[in-house]
Design a protein around this ligand. Structure first.
Ligand SMILES: Nc1ncnc2c1ncn2[C@@H]1O[C@H](COP(=O)(O)OP(=O)(O)OP(=O)(O)O)[C@@H](O)[C@H]1O
Length: 258
């Protein structure tokens, strides 16, 4: 399934979200993400990452500003049509426990009234899981396998934009590492635009083309991984880079090998 054209661009235009009195969760964010880019959104807990991400698929309604995808306001289309074009993966994936793996993967197609055909098998191939697990229930899979099913379900309707909210948060480091690599490979192979929220700067540096750092609702750094590793981005960014700094040499080698 090689991509002919890259995924869509995404632009935030003056996005502010206020849940209550006091400082907003997201404060006047404007930026554009080019089609085909893998962007990581990092920052400490409560900095506004998830809130900003969710303005794209309209799980959060901004208090001010708007989001556009390929230049079109996300409110221009009916919600189901918008969400059909967007894959969404979040922590613990939200698989339905009483539905089989096949039923879970096929759910977006069934909701849209589309034929399922061989899509379940094709998606299991895509996320490198054996087809014979299709009849199992989610409880009969490991956490990492369930997360792969979440990715398969998010991609089953062929979206060109993938939103990921701490997708590997609940996984052990080895599974996390391998799934991160698998998602990066899928992003490249399918030519997606991917936006991933993570609190893990090492993960952002390893997977993303561009790293946005949030603090108190604002984007305080917007850098490539190489620039961050070279010391750019200011104090908030470097405080996050300092955490995996011990791994920096290895990270640089991985980056150089890409
Ligand atoms: N539905 C909501 N109602 C009220 N306040 C909310 C809601 N969602 C988020 N907030 C608040 O908005 C702020 C930003 O939250 P958000 O979840 O976007 O941060 P985050 O950077 O993704 O954090 P984490 O890494 O802990 O998930 C926090 O102060 C949070 O308490």
């Amino acid at each position: 399934m090689p991509a002919e054209t890259p995924g869509p661009s995404v632009a935030f235009h003056g996005i502010t979200k206020r849940f209550r009195e006091g400082p907003p969760a997201v404060a006047d964010v404007s930026l554009e993400i080019a089609g085909g880019c893998f962007v990581a959104l990092v920052g400490t807990s409560g900095s506004g990452k998830s809130t900003l991400l969710k303005t794209i698929n309209r799980l959060v309604q901004p208090t001010a500003g708007h989001v556009s995808i390929d230049g079109e306001d996300v409110t221009a289309r009916p919600l189901p049509q918008l969400r059909r074009g967007i894959g969404y993966v979040f922590q613990n994936v939200g698989l339905f426990p009483h539905l089989t793996i096949a039923e879970n993967i096929a759910l977006p197609l069934r909701i849209a009234g589309d034929a399922v055909g061989d899509r379940v098998g094709a998606m299991l191939d895509l996320v490198e899981l054996p087809r014979d697990i299709a009849g199992r229930l989610p409880a009969a899979l490991s956490g990492g396998q369930r997360q792969r099913i979440g990715v398969a379900r998010a991609l089953v309707a062929n979206p060109r934009l993938m939103l990921m909210d701490e997708p590997f948060g609940a996984l052990d480091p080895v599974t996390r590492d391998s799934l991160g690599g698998a998602v990066h490979a899928l992003h490249a192979r399918l030519g997606l635009t991917t936006i991933m929220v993570t609190h893990d700067m090492a993960e952002a540096l390893l997977l993303a083309d561009r790293v946005l750092v949030m603090r108190a609702g604002r984007i305080v750094a917007d850098e490539t991984p190489d620039a961050l590793l070279a010391g750019a981005g200011g104090d908030a960014a470097q405080a996050l880079v300092a955490i995996p700094r011990g791994q920096a040499e290895r990270l640089a080698q991985v980056k150089a090998a890409r």
